[in-house]
Design a protein around this ligand. Structure first.
Ligand SMILES: O=C(O)CCC(=O)C(=O)O
Length: 200
């Protein structure tokens, strides 16, 4: 993995918490290569969840990797872990060197086009412990990433996450804030996002 190539990090002030955006953590060429490799070699799966009493497919594809092979529970489903590949290990190391935080697991999401999305949620599953830091690495098409307070106060914040960008959501963002990737018309290209976490 080549050296970090980031622009000056941008601090995003969130009430009671904060996030840091690192744009261009990789060169565009390197980010494109990684995007293609992840697209081709990830064991993508479309999970189904219970939503208002119905079993529905989630509007994206995903794969869960864990260094410690721990399964992951979210939205009432259990997802088995894949072992870290060389590329996932390199990306984990990259995110750790940029942020100084430790990660041991990652959810990889593929948004095939603007119809794919993830709705409002917090990454606050009990397996993540009490102090949760998330390192979110994006490849491919730029998409809007939105944050809003759980208590309904204040405005929704929108950040564009581009190819080769890293967003660090510090503790206690997951306690007070929700996030989503909304559907968008006119987005024909794919985006891959990796949310690195630390399972206790
Ligand atoms: O795709 C993103 O930027 C967010 C993904 C996400 O929220 C998640 O995996 O929990």
């Amino acid at each position: 993995m080549q050296d970090l190539f980031a622009d000056t990090p941008i601090e995003i002030h969130l009430k009671e918490s904060s996030a840091i955006l690192f744009r261009n953590i990789l060169t565009p060429e390197r980010a494109d290569l990684i995007c293609r490799s992840l697209r081709a070699h990830t064991p993508w799966k479309q999970d189904k969840i219970n939503y208002m009493g119905k079993v529905v497919p989630v509007p994206r594809l995903a794969a869960w990797y864990s260094k410690t092979l721990q399964s992951y529970f979210y939205s009432g489903i259990k997802v088995a872990a894949h072992p870290y590949t060389n590329l996932i290990t390199e990306l984990n190391n990259l995110v750790e060197s940029a942020t100084g935080c430790e990660f041991n697991s990652v959810l990889v999401n593929l948004y095939r086009d603007g119809n794919d999305s993830v709705s409002w949620h917090a990454d606050d599953e009990p397996s993540l412990g009490r102090s949760i830091t998330i390192g979110s690495l994006s490849f491919g098409e730029s998409r809007d990433f939105q944050l809003k307070r759980k208590d309904g106060h204040g405005n929704t914040i929108t950040i564009e996450l581009d190819n080769g960008s890293l967003l660090l959501m510090k503790h206690p963002t997951q306690r007070f804030w929700l996030h989503q990737i909304p559907k968008r018309k006119n987005i024909g290209d794919q985006r891959i996002n990796l949310t690195f976490r630390y399972l206790v």
